[in-house]
Write a protein that binds this ligand. Structure first.
Ligand SMILES: Cc1ncc(COP(=O)(O)O)c(C=O)c1O
Length: 349
């Protein structure tokens, strides 16, 4: 099937001075949309950003068939624009769709939609070293019918928004042992809306108690670390980078994967395995140096300053020479073309 994308451009909205706006609050001038009906994709188009009209019967409003991705475009040193690891985001998008019983998006449609949209709104890609254009592909079930069923119709869209630093200071997190985010056989590895909706309540309790985020633990023992908010959890104990394995209950993060590849390349010892909060307690109490951080597209590397385990708080190492910042710098430099991209991660458009 040909995926011709029609483009209706407008040039009414000026690029906002986006540094002061909260993450995800200001959309760029255009958006992409394509409709799935009768087993086929139709009307692939880039159009001026506008509101949607949906029937109150629309299935996604009731039964949660919604899937999204989050990726970024960067201004390179030479002025070109780089969309980072489009293929890995595409793979994950389709895996999430499969889990949610939604039809796949053809690769050409996904890639061309992003290329067309980002090229048209290129002026919105911040030039600053700490800025990027956040790209949000998503798909929703659009059949109008209130009965519980798999939708026969969908809308695939892409919207963008300029982004700067996500967290402004190191995080205080709490090990969560009451609520769980996901369980074996569930939807934890899919980027579907319900996973986030279900996380809000425990996270709001943690906020009330003075923490920024929770560190989820496994659903069986409530002991092994899973992930945090919209980030994978990573630790450095005595210079060994440790992160939980992809057991099916956490997201296969692109940032996690990139940082692991960079660390291995640099000869850093990497252990992808279960890590329990008891192991963290032992490390803290033995006076070992522990770094902890969240890895994700939005925040990149979010250093964790404090981990609360039960009623006790432990301090992590967040000095500028920490390994996490060295890994982060390498990732920044690859994405902006300052050091060579030996992995084929950059997509210059
Ligand atoms: C639950 C969850 N875990 C981890 C991540 C990190 O993934 P990535 O590095 O691909 O952004 C995200 C963000 O997408 C997320 O939502």
């Amino acid at each position: 099937m040909e995926h011709t994308i029609s483009v209706t451009a407008q040039a009414e909205r000026k690029v906002t001075d986006t540094k002061s706006v909260p993450f995800g609050k200001v959309p760029t001038e255009h958006m992409f949309m394509a409709e799935y009906k009768n087993g086929q994709w139709h009307h692939a188009q880039v159009v001026p950003f506008h509101d949607l009209t949906l029937s109150p019967l629309t299935l996604c409003l009731h039964y949660g068939q919604t899937v999204f991705e989050g990726m970024k475009a960067f201004s390179m040193e030479d002025g070109s624009i780089n969309v980072f690891r489009m293929d890995k985001h595409y793979d994950r998008f389709n895996k999430s769709l499969h889990r949610m019983c939604m039809p796949p998006v053809p690769e050409k449609l996904f890639i061309n939609a992003i290329k067309e949209l980002v090229s048209l709104d290129a002026d919105w890609v911040p030039k600053d070293a700490d800025g990027s254009l956040y790209i949000r592909p998503f798909m929703i079930a659009t059949e109008d019918r209130i009965g519980v069923k798999v939708s026969d119709e969908y809308l695939f869209m892409v919207v963008c928004s300029p982004a700067f630093q996500y967290y402004t200071k190191p995080l205080r997190v709490k090990i969560e042992t009451t609520f769980v985010r996901s369980a074996a056989g569930g939807t934890g590895a899919a980027k579907c809306g319900g996973n986030y909706g279900g996380a809000f309540y425990p996270t709001s309790l943690a906020r009330e108690a003075g923490y920024d985020q929770v560190l989820w633990t496994d659903s069986v023992h409530n002991e092994f670390i899973e992930e945090s908010g919209t980030m994978n959890a990573m630790f450095v104990i005595d210079n060994v980078l440790i992160t939980p394995e992809l057991s099916g209950t956490i997201l296969d993060g692109v940032t996690r994967d990139s940082l692991l590849a960079i660390a291995r390349e640099k000869g850093i010892n990497v252990e992808v395995r279960q890590i329990s909060y008891n192991e963290l307690i032992d490390a803290f109490e033995a006076g070992r140096q522990v770094e902890a951080f969240g890895a994700g597209t939005a925040a990149v590397v979010a250093p964790i300053a404090t981990i609360a385990i039960g009623h006790k708080e432990y301090n992590c190492y967040t000095e500028p020479d920490a390994l996490m910042f060295r890994l982060q710098k390498e990732l920044y430099d690859i994405r902006r073309g300052i050091v060579p991209d030996t992995h084929g991660w950059n997509n210059i458009i």
